[in-house]
Design a protein around this ligand. Structure first.
Ligand code: 1WB
Ligand code: MN
Length: 340
């Protein structure tokens, strides 16, 4: 018998009471953001998501969560403030709550340094202050990377106004996890119905679109060392690389896409890693490892939104070499997120 592999889960959601209270205020306010049905359920008990008890799982970090980790042999969770993060608040509130969440996260990690690591939040609504918070969170709080919940007020990170954030992420070697939120107003029309707004489909459409915008716009020529992490088996973007390459090179030729130094597949290979969160499909995993290499796939549970036991069983059973499994279970996380 060989010793079990260290298991580090990298897309694990938490919240703090202050952010939950602010989201409850958003839930009770007006607006027709596609995030509202979920926010109203989780933070204000509206029917639907309100019955799932997610909030308790988000807030109880050192009790119930640690017990579940123990029970299923999860050594470490890399925590991130859950979607939509601070991105539905006004800029001042968002900056304040991101800093507070980062402080709390650092305190939790200090109490359990072998069990938790964490990704820092920031407020894209105020890009320069976001860059300062990134610097503080990485250098002073020693957090392990960054999380952003896709669009902010319908805008994406290819927009030059957000480049101070990308510059800070690159300068601090802080991998930026682009986690989903519901599709922006510009995307949401056909996604309003049948529960398609969130994790079933809308999240992937939103983040996949975000990632493609970044690649096609040439952002990675400007920030060649920027690392982006995509959950949910890469939000399927790497399944499209052949067509992205073909059609983008055509679009560049006829002047519809900006000229770029590398192909879309080369950007994805150089600047992205993906995680398995919420996709327990052996064939999708096999494709991902073959396409991207075992160095670029990380394991995740998506706690508390997905159950822990099947996420562990899925990776335990995956037909991979011991070396590749060690990479996916922990070594890549240690490298990408600077975990000892
Ligand atoms: C769900 C998944 C809901 C995620 C979420 O609310 C987030 C869900 C913010 O399974 O319904 C997620 O992080 O993937
Ligand atoms: Mn998640």
């Amino acid at each position: 018998m060989t010793a079990p592999l260290r298991r580090i889960a990298v897309e694990e959601a938490f919240s703090i009471p202050e952010v939950a209270a602010a989201l409850q205020r958003v839930a009770r306010g007006p607006g027709d953001s596609l995030d509202l049905p979920l926010v109203r359920g989780i933070y204000d008990g509206a029917p639907g998501y309100g019955s799932m008890n997610f909030l308790e799982g988000l807030l109880d970090i050192e009790g119930r969560r640690l017990r579940e980790m123990d029970e299923h042999g999860v050594d470490m969770q890399v925590l991130s403030l859950t979607a939509p993060g601070v991105q539905m608040f006004d800029a001042d509130t968002a900056c304040e709550l991101a800093a507070l969440a980062n402080d709390r996260l650092a305190e939790i990690i200090a109490r359990h340094p072998t069990r938790f690591a964490g990704l820092a939040s920031f407020a894209p609504q105020a890009p320069k202050r976001a860059a300062q918070e990134i610097e503080r969170a990485i250098t002073r709080l020693k957090l392990n990377g960054l999380v952003v919940n896709s669009h902010t007020n319908g805008e994406y990170l290819d927009d030059p106004k957000y480049w101070p954030i990308l510059e800070a992420a690159e300068a601090h070697d802080a991998c930026l996890y682009i986690h989903p939120r519901a599709p922006s107003d510009g995307l949401k029309g056909a996604l309003r119905d049948y529960g398609m707004d969130a994790a079933m489909w809308g999240y992937g459409v939103e983040v996949g679109t975000h990632a493609v915008r970044m690649m096609v716009s040439g952002v990675f020529d400007r920030f060649p060392k920027l690392k982006i992490c995509l959950g949910h088996m890469g939000e399927a973007v790497h399944f499209w690389l052949w067509r992205l390459n073909f059609m983008n090179s055509r679009a560049q030729k006829i002047g519809r896409s900006p000229k770029t130094e590398l192909t879309m597949a080369e950007y994805f290979q150089r600047n992205f890693v993906i995680t398995t969160s919420g996709v327990e499909d052996p064939l999708a995993l096999e494709y991902s490892v073959k396409k991207l290499g075992a160095d670029n796939v990380l394991w995740a549970i998506d706690y508390p939104y997905q159950p822990t036991a099947p996420a562990v069983a899925f990776m335990d059973a995956a037909p991979l070499s011991p070396e590749d499994k060690a990479k996916i279970y922990h070594r890549n996380a240690e490298r990408i997120f600077h975990i000892a």
